[in-house]
Design a protein around this ligand. Structure first.
Ligand code: WQD
Length: 336
């Protein structure tokens, strides 16, 4: 069964490509390589033993996407394509509204024209804003604290409106918590451009000696050790969650919205210690002021995904750090 992965050459998309092939699907990547590198395609072939089918293009090219959906007889789409840096979205909101919301509208128009009605959407726990309590359930209120999060919230609402207007559409909204780690082969992984915004790639580069020390953004939060607590989920668990959600749409014919997290929160200092254990390298750090927009704690109640999809994360923090380190140490320049 042919599945289109928009943005499929990216971090989550490439790992999902592997999981889909292992599950017997035939993934086709559509990527403009704005946030990814073509070299990932040869790495995917190394891992899977099969060529990674890819079309270079943009979801904003509606006619092109419609033709692709028809010609390739696409049964379902997993929509990863979009920009995802919170800080950048504050500086360049129009880029985010154009690429993320415009891209989703274009994709949905192409799907409607081509008669493709199954869609898995890459959403984010950021739609919960600053949660009143943790763990977070899917029925918690949503709020946007930055343009990036706002685009995810708006796209969720657009998908709900489309499903109301077209009851034959089946949509799975997947709210990611904090994806980290890499495929255990060490051949694909997270490849941020420039200075990493996110904790795990930054720690990886400190352990590798590329950066001198980690700044811990705040140690006065109301958490056990004062540093921010997040739900880190191994990217391979996340990829397997996408396969489970796609199967649910195609075989059960029902849409859903679920958290993809472990249900376990870890503080920044816990991640630092775990990474030092996994890499055998020191990760020097110093405390710095809180980062604007950060919340104290954010971790999932993963019960609904387990109940509806029979899926749950199985890899712990030590495996996340070991796999992230294997990728970092084998690919100090990422895919470049
Ligand atoms: C994690 C913790 C920081 C860097 C973001 C997006 C979210 C999703 C995942 C896309 C926090 C602390 C970080 C550093 C630090 N992205 N930290 N020093 O902010 O939870 O979520 O990425 O979907 O939408 O909001 O992830 O990795 O940036 O931060 O102390 O150099 O690490 O304060 O407590 P975050 P993060």
């Amino acid at each position: 069964m042919n599945i289109l992965l928009t943005g499929g050459a990216g971090y989550i998309g490439s790992h999902t490509h592997v999981a889909l092939l292992e599950a017997g699907f035939d993934p086709l990547i559509l990527d403009n390589f704005a946030n990814s590198h073509p070299r990932v395609l040869e790495r995917l072939q190394e891992i899977t033993g099969r060529p990674a089918r890819c079309v270079r293009g943009d979801v904003l090219d509606t006619a092109r996407v419609e033709r692709l959906l028809r010609e390739e007889k696409i049964a379902g789409v997993i929509h990863f394509a979009g920009d995802k840096a919170v800080g950048e979205s504050v500086q360049q909101p129009l880029k985010y509204y154009h690429n993320n919301i415009g891209g989703a509208v274009s994709l949905m128009q192409a799907m409607e024209a081509a008669g493709c009605e199954s869609l898995v959407f890459s959403s984010s726990a950021t739609v919960y804003g600053d949660p009143a309590s943790v763990p977070i359930r899917e029925d918690f209120p949503r709020s946007a604290t930055n343009p990036y999060g706002h685009t995810k919230l708006v796209i969720e609402d657009m998908l709900a409106a489309q499903c109301h207007a077209r009851p034959s559409w089946k949509v799975a909204v997947l709210r990611y918590f904090n994806p980290v780690g890499a495929h255990p082969s060490g051949r694909i992984g997270e490849d941020p451009a420039g200075i990493p915004n996110n904790l795990m790639p930054y720690i990886s580069q400190v352990a590798a000696g590329t950066r001198s020390e980690l700044q811990v953004f705040g140690n006065d939060y109301p958490t056990p050790d004062g540093t921010g607590v997040r739900d880190y989920i191994h990217v391979c668990d996340l990829a397997e969650g996408h396969v489970a959600a796609l199967r649910h749409l195609l075989e059960r014919g029902r849409g859903l919205t679920v958290n993809l997290g472990t249900g376990q929160g870890h503080s920044v200092l816990e991640v630092v210690k775990a990474f030092e254990r996994a890499s055998g390298r020191p990760v020097p750090y110093r405390f710095a002021p809180r980062r604007a927009g950060d919340v104290a704690q954010c971790y999932a109640d993963p019960a609904l995904a387990r109940e509806l999809l029979g899926w749950q994360a199985v890899r712990g923090l030590d495996a996340m750090c070991a796999d992230a380190w294997r990728w970092q140490s084998a690919n100090p320049q990422g895919y470049r």
